[in-house]
Design a protein. Structure first.
Lengths: 242, 399
């Protein structure tokens, strides 16, 4: 793996193909005593990859996802997303980066109650400045992509668990982000729906969308083209692209 | 942006929509929390509307009755006078330049009964007054039924009843021949009057002419009070000289009054109530504001995961703050609009009952909505800042 990102790079690095890179990333929570949730994490993800990150509970998976997703900053080390170095960006810039370059899928789905599936997905573009008609049009297409064209006008929170997670996946995809980060996307699903979501992720990755999927399920993670094992905040192994 | 990143943006129409989400999904709570503001604004708009409506009614009343009527009353009691004005008082007053008309009233000591077999003393407090034929015009009074006294009827045993006197005697109209037992004589009632807005004392009187008072009741026709209309521009000057003109020897035995002042004074007393109710309205508004702040704080706590999600979708802190501040503003404006409507309704109903025109000062409407907005902004500020400061990771973990 090559992680050749020059420190302080502000503009995207052209042609490198690297979507995400972490270099010596450490995260310490300032509790008493302080908790070191990540320590010296190094890896990079190139365009079109599908990476599974696996580790037991408390190994730092969610912390890692938050840092990759620019929702939190590392205590030490360097993170670049879509060619932007987090250290160079203000909080406002990070919001802008998330709105255009990062898609999220959460274990709890985090759909807005009272909204239709279509509006939930369209809200994935809410902060991009696109007008509502454009957002709805793209949302419609994203829902079709996850096989929910027949559920557009259903209240999202009343759909089945599997369908809700599909809506969440559509929302993550709708802005054509540089990378989609999923935190235990199958954690609230039965095995049948879980398999269906994993298949969906594979299928979308097949279209060229870059994914990092965090899970405590070894089986799922190791079936992906690349697996990174996490333990006690450190990378235990990185299979590389198989 | 220098680094080529296009900043996150939220259209104002979308900001409005995100602010409304919380209200749509929690309708009952939203309605209850807007209620405090609504009651406060309704109280203020209602009180201002009622005060304005009654004031305009008073102005119309004063316009109709005129503010240029003055009464000259002979004092009674030890050191206060004999209850009679000097014989030449009316003539002297008529000679004051700005005085337009004078009308003499002379109190007759006689009792009035419905029939001649009612026990003596049960007069129902009805007095007998000998009056000029111009009394009705001078007092801007009006006839409910029949006619007022004229030069002819003043000489005969005829009487016109004030509204209260007529009611107490059980005489509503003059159809047929209504007779009353007045000073041991039968008098024919030729008219019943409407209420005198400027001189309620005469409502309780049976009015007769000076001719019949002298001829049938042996009355001396000495003036006990005079009603004076004067040029409104000189009303204060006339008021200043009236008592000395009426009774040059003992001006202190004469009481001069301007009846329209009493109407205005009543209105001033109402103003004190207006202030009180405005104060109560302000308290209700304050309580309403606290209610909204409270609901917003709870809303922020409950919706942590939504806040986390929105940050993940690219919302800035400001976007989150705008959403929650907007929600508080929508709540308070809804309460404000509801309050204006309710206040208007209350004013309309009450004014209708009172026969007033419904007048809501535009300032009360604008002020009511502005006050609601201000309270919403203050109440929503702290919860909005709290929501904005919430770290996205904390917010997402809480679900
Ligand atoms: N906000 C926080 N403050 C303090 N400690 C935290 C916080 N978040 C996570 N941790 C700790 O960091 C470690 C890693 O947590 P986490 O990233 O959630 O792991 P995982 O998702 O793999 O279960 C755990 O020991 C957890 O208790
Ligand atoms: Mg976790």
């Amino acid at each position: 793996m090559t992680t050749t990102m020059s420190a302080g790079a502000v503009a995207p690095v052209p042609g490198a193909g690297v979507v995400l890179s972490l270099h010596g990333v450490t995260k310490e929570y300032p509790t008493t005593p302080p908790v070191r949730a990540l320590q010296g994490v190094d890896f990079a993800v190139t365009e079109g990859e599908l990476v599974g990150v696996v580790g037991p509970s408390g190994s730092g998976k969610s912390t890692l996802l938050h840092i990759m997703g620019t929702l939190d900053r590392p205590t030490a080390g360097e993170v670049t997303v879509a060619g932007y170095n987090l250290a160079d960006l203000s909080d406002k810039d990070l919001s802008a980066l998330r709105s255009r370059h990062i898609g999220f899928v959460f274990q709890q789905f985090h759909l807005l109650s009272g909204y239709t599936a279509l509006d939930n997905v369209a809200d994935g573009l809410l902060y991009t400045g696109m007008n509502v008609a454009t957002r709805r049009g793209l949302a419609h297409r994203a829902l079709a992509r996850v096989g929910l064209e027949h559920r557009l006008d259903h209240v999202a929170t009343k759909l089945s668990g599997g369908e809700r997670q599909r809506v969440a996946v559509a929302r993550a995809l709708v802005g054509s982000p540089s990378i989609v980060l999923a935190d235990e996307p199958t954690g609230n699903l039965d095995s049948k729906n879980s398999d269906a979501i994993v298949d969906l992720i594979r299928q979308i990755n097949g279209d060229g969308v870059t994914f990092v999927v965090i899970t405590h399920n070894r089986e799922i993670a190791e079936a992906f083209p690349r697996t990174i094992g996490l333990r006690d905040g450190q990378i235990e192994y990185d299979s590389g692209v198989r | 942006m220098a680094n080529g990143l296009e900043p996150s943006r939220l259209h104002s129409s979308d900001a409005f929509r995100t602010a409304a989400v919380g209200l749509q999904t929690r309708k009952l709570r939203a309605a209850l929390s807007a209620l405090g503001i609504m009651i406060g604004i309704a109280a203020m708009v209602g009180v201002l509307g009622l005060s304005e409506s009654s004031k305009s009614d008073l102005l119309a009343q004063l316009d109709r009755l005129g503010t240029n009527l003055l009464t000259v009353q002979a004092g009674t009691g030890i050191g206060l006078g004999s209850g009679e004005l000097p014989d030449e008082a009316a003539a002297m007053i008529a000679r004051i330049g700005p005085v337009e008309t004078t009308s003499t009233v002379s109190s007759v000591s006689a009792s009035v009964y419905r029939t001649d077999y009612i026990p003596e003393g049960e007069t129902g407090g009805i007095t007998v007054q000998a009056v000029d034929v111009n009394l009705l015009d001078t007092l801007a009074g009006s006839v409910a039924d029949g006619k007022f006294l004229d030069a002819a009827t003043s000489a005969y045993p005829t009487a016109v009843l004030g509204s209260v006197a007529a009611e107490r005697l059980g005489i509503a109209d003059v159809t047929g021949t209504q007779q009353i037992w007045l000073g041991e004589q039968w008098f024919t009632v030729i008219g019943v009057l409407n209420q005198f807005e400027l001189n309620p004392d005469l409502d309780r009187a049976a009015l007769i002419g000076f001719g019949s008072a002298a001829d049938y009741l042996d009355h001396d026709n000495v003036a006990t009070s005079l009603l004076v209309r004067a040029d409104p521009d000189y009303i204060d000057d006339v008021m200043g000289v009236l008592s000395a003109t009426a009774n040059p020897q003992n001006p202190e035995e004469v009481q001069v009054a301007r009846p329209s002042d009493a109407l205005e004074a009543k209105e001033a007393a109402d103003d004190a109530f207006t202030a009180l109710f405005l104060g109560l309205g302000a308290v209700a508004l304050l309580v309403g504001g606290v209610g909204i702040a409270n609901v917003m704080v709870i809303s922020v706590l409950e919706r942590r995961s939504e806040i986390g999600l929105r940050r993940a979708l690219g919302a800035t802190k400001r976007h989150v703050a705008v959403q929650f501040l907007g929600e508080a503003l929508l709540l308070s404006v809804a309460g404000g609009i509801g309050g204006v409507a309710l206040g208007w309704l209350v004013t309309g109903v009450y004014a209708n009952i009172k026969g007033w025109a419904t007048l809501i000062p535009p300032l009360a409407i604008g002020g009511g909505i502005a006050a609601a907005l201000l309270i919403g902004a203050i109440a929503g500020l702290y919860p909005a800042i709290r929501a904005a400061r919430l770290s996205p990771t904390e917010a997402l973990r809480s679900a």
